[in-house]
Design a binder for this molecule. Structure first.
Ligand code: TRP
Ligand code: ZN
Length: 870
């Protein structure tokens, strides 16, 4: 049998030569489409789409009109009302047009129910909905599917009134009526020209939570959140978040909403978080639905974040859009920066910054250090869906944050005002954005542009020399940027470093915070009037998205963890202190836990720190983060070191941890930052306790689980229990399943927690769960909850026998046949094989080779796997 298989592989057709699209090849569109009218005859099995495009030649040329189409069945083409000469060229419909203007009508058929890619028009739980970004509109009708073609839309849709009582599209509803045989129709018009990726349509049996918001100029906006009737009680938080977002964008950016209507629709099958379609945002239901019993505090926060993000896109994305997909960070980096600032303003700025940096380090740093590394503004792609990445989103946000830091808030605001005014109604570039910031502020940001084009996380080495005689301290800095695919040699980058000195004895700020700009390979900065031994507090508030190695010993870090005047730097000192021990332990060196124990103890006992901060500060760096510090990754050694340190801390500090766990009782209905912090710390403490005394903690966790009046405590307890060997584990899992099996979002948690368990048999459990009757491979949330969580579980996924790799490869191959976008997102855990010890590296590589040998692989998966093998 093995031979047969090898022969198959050898004779498999060569991977198709998928086209690489390059940024430098950008050309303005040959034809513009100022207006489009769409007419939908809706049906789940078959939908007929008639499109009437008013096309206008752009510039002097004699090239034909080229319209993109993907899996659409062409019925007819007419130009100016007459049958037209056309040809099909690959995936394009090519129409010769005699003059400078014409009306082009096409009729096509599509099959929403058969659309498992969830791009274009598809069916989800009985409703029909669309997802067009980035290139889904071409799966609905033939069109120049590129973001720099902006059109005014008029949309008519007709369908069965019982199956689809609610008919929505962008803009305003201008007409509606009843048709024959129980059908009805509606007509919508969007006054704002938009690229086709912002088109949306929804038809289904939905009910709305209705509210309103009055804008700063007095316009009353009707707000609707559309869900299945049973979910209505879970929409209150999303609605509150929406109103807060609308007010915030007025106050902070001067941006007002521009229509009388704003709709949000929740959908259970959705490839990403949510989508900013003009006035008709479509959301993954995970980012809409929440109540105390089904959603954790983190879920509530994510809902506020995503609702704000999509709402903010109305200006940073819709009113000003992207010229081409290489400029994606123009809207995404900026909008993430905006939603992060919003989150800081409505909660605790310090804790929010810590959380955002944790996400950056967990998702973006590994990407930047691996085979899929790319700049914030990429130079090429095969499939654009693969570039909705942590680099474009989160590093893009950091880049804007750096420019905002350098300019200061007033000048930054002057710059964004110019940006929105100058480019309103246009498709802009990242260069346009920087230019507007410069023009508004009078500053020169040219040096910062390299952050758009150069990939890789810069490393800064810092050394502080104190000269008591001259009362000075000199900071010696050195930067380097590691090579990344296609960029072997790097230029120095401008790195804004907020820096202060803390007195070792006094514990106070002996040199006030300065913003240093490191823009040379090596540079020194001097601090005057330094009268006591200084401790270095650098990259305060994480002013630059870099790694710093500052050569500070345990004593210094322990002191900074208590004394630093910047909360982020305090957190950082605590994390670095743990990291030093963990890296030593992972290398097989002796690990002295005493300073970590003292620092965690002092943090827990502090009266001045709030519980949310404590929870973050004492949370041990993940195994993946430790791996990022190793030259060669041995997952078993890392796991052993981390468990060892957790055990030492858990045993030595059981009293304080028990106290933190019991702490003030708060009602599950209380969603104040204080209450959330208490719950957060409670579960972090329980986790450490479980390392010191597994049996005792199992009882404690089970009690927390049973008594919980909210999902945060319940999921927190179960998250600890799943990694333990105790009878309470299965009892709690079964109870959780019983109360949740008819709620998809809660069931996702049940799958996810088991896949994240720190146990030697997690691979077996995950393989079993993939055969569970509730595992639905066509639902992205379910797939992510099982396979995504497993891929992120370093120790379990890298099980020495390689079964984790085989499992993931099988899942990628199976998912690719249904939903290539989602399949491609599961590739990265296999991609970093070069950094693992040789046995695992070989097995990971083999898994990638098995995937790439599959005939008919999508370009999504092909791009990620072939780049990972290179
Ligand atoms: N623009 C969306 C956002 O970040 C992203 C998005 C939603 C998306 N659905 C998608 C991107 C499908 C690609 C494919 O707000
Ligand atoms: Zn976005």
């Amino acid at each position: 049998m093995a031979d047969v298989r090898n022969t198959d592989l050898a004779e498999a057709p060569l991977a198709p030569a998928h086209l690489t699209i390059r940024r430098e090849d950008y050309r303005p569109p040959d034809w513009l489409v100022p207006e489009i009218a769409l007419d939908f005859d809706l049906g789940a099995e078959r939908t007929r789409v008639r499109a009437t495009l008013t096309v206008k030649k752009n510039g002097e040329h004699d090239r034909p009109l080229r319209l993109d189409g993907d899996e659409v069945k062409l019925v007819s083409v007419k130009v100016d009302g007459a049958d037209a000469a056309y040809r099909i060229d690959g995936e394009q419909l090519v129409v010769e047009i005699a003059g400078d203007r014409a009306t082009v009508e096409t009729e096509v058929e599509i099959a929403p129910k058969a659309n498992t890619k969830l791009m274009g028009l598809y069916a989800s739980g009985g409703m029909l909905c669309t997802q067009c970004e980035a290139e889904g509109f071409r799966r609905i009708t033939f069109f120049p599917d590129r973001p720099d073609v902006l059109s005014k839309y008029r949309v008519r849709m007709e369908g069965d009134a019982r199956a689809f009582p609610i008919l929505l599209s962008n803009g305003n509803r201008v007409a509606q009526g009843n048709g024959a045989e129980g059908r009805h129709w509606a007509e919508w018009e969007d006054p704002f020209p938009k690229p086709c990726y912002l088109f949306a349509l929804v038809a289904g049996d939905l009910k709305a939570n209705k509210d309103s918001f009055t804008t700063m100029s007095g316009r009353k906006v009707d707000l609707f959140i559309w869900v299945r009737e049973a979910d209505l009680p879970k929409t209150a938080h999303a609605m509150e978040s929406l109103k807060l977002s609308m007010a915030w964008d007025e106050k902070v950016y001067g941006r007002e909403y521009d229509l009388d209507l704003f709709n949000i629709v929740a959908v259970s099958d959705f490839n990403m978080g949510a989508m900013e379609n003009k006035s008709l945002n479509i959301f993954n239901s995970a980012y809409v639905l929440a109540d105390q019993e089904t959603a954790t505090d983190a879920d509530f926060d994510n809902i506020a974040r995503v609702v704000a993000h999509e709402y903010f896109h109305n200006w940073s994305g819709d009113r000003v859009t992207c010229r081409d997909w290489f400029q994606l960070s123009l809207k995404e980096g900026f909008t993430v920066f905006r939603d992060q600032s919003f989150g800081a303003d409505i909660g605790s700025p310090a804790v929010k910054r810590i959380e955002d940096v944790r996400v950056l380090r967990a998702a973006q740093f590994p990407e930047d250090a691996g085979p899929l590394a790319h700049p914030v503004r990429p130079d090429s792609f095969i499939e654009i869906s693969n570039f909705y990445t942590a680099t474009v989103y989160n590093k893009g946000a950091e880049l804007i944050r750096m420019m905002a830091t350098v300019l200061g808030p007033e000048k930054f605001r002057a710059g964004t005002d110019i940006y929105f005014e100058r480019h309103d109604g246009e498709a802009a570039t990242c260069d346009d954005f920087v230019k507007a910031l410069e023009d508004g502020s009078g500053g020169d940001l040219t040096p910062f542009k390299i952050w758009y084009s150069q990939a890789g996380t810069p490393r800064v080495k810092a050394r502080l020399d104190h000269d008591a005689a001259s009362r000075t301290a000199t900071l010696h800095l050195e930067q380097s940027v590691p090579p990344t695919p296609g960029q072997p040699v790097k230029q120095p980058m401008p790195i804004p470093l907020k820096t202060a000195l803390i007195g070792e004895q006094s514990g106070s700020e002996i040199a006030a915070e300065r913003l240093l700009i490191l823009d040379q390979p090596q540079q020194s900065f001097t601090f005057e009037g330094v009268d006591e031994t200084p401790l270095l507090s650098i990259n305060r508030n994480f002013s630059a998205p870099i790694t710093v190695s500052a050569d500070r010993g345990d004593d210094e870090l322990e002191r900074l963890a208590q004394a630093d005047t910047d909360p982020f730097a305090r957190y950082e000192a605590m994390q670095e202190l743990m990291m030093l021990a963990l890296v030593a332990g992972s290398r097989g060196e002796a690990m002295d836990p005493e300073s970590v124990i003292r620092a965690i103890g002092a943090t827990l006992k502090s009266n001045s720190l709030d519980p949310a901060f404590k929870g973050e500060a004492i949370l041990m760096p993940s195994e993946a983060m430790i791996a990022d510090r190793m030259d060669m990754v041995d997952p078993d050694a890392i796991h052993a070191a981390r468990e060892g340190l957790r055990k030492s801390v858990g045993s030595a500090l059981s009293d304080v941890l028990l106290f933190a766990h019991r702490s003030d009782s708060v009602s599950g209905a209380d969603l104040s930052p204080q209450a959330k912090g208490i719950r957060r710390l409670r579960t972090v403490a329980l986790g450490l306790l479980s390392a010191g005394d597994p049996q005792g903690a199992a009882r404690l966790a089970k009690t927390q689980f049973d008594r919980a009046d909210n999902m945060t405590d319940r999921q927190g307890a179960l998250g600890v229990l799943v990694s333990l060997d105790a009878p309470e584990r299965q009892e709690a899992l079964d109870a959780f399943y019983q109360r949740s099996h008819d709620d998809a979002l809660v069931l996702d948690k049940w799958f996810g927690l088991q896949a994240a368990a720190q146990r030697p048999d997690t691979v077996d459990q995950v393989i079993k769960l993939a055969a569970h009757r509730d595992f639905v491979i066509t639902n992205p949330n379910r797939l992510r909850s099982l396979v995504g969580s497993f891929g992120a579980n370093q120790w379990a996924f890298h099980s020495a026998d390689g079964r984790g790799y085989t499992f993931l490869a099988d899942m990628i191959i199976a998912a690719d046949k249904l939903n290539p976008q989602i399949a491609a997102r599961m590739v990265p855990p296999l991609g970093r094989w070069k950094r693992f010890e040789p046995k695992r590296a070989a097995m990971m590589r083999e898994a990638l080779e098995q995937i790439v040998a599959v005939p008919g692989l999508s370009k999504d998966v092909f791009e990620q796997v072939s780049k990972s093998l290179a």
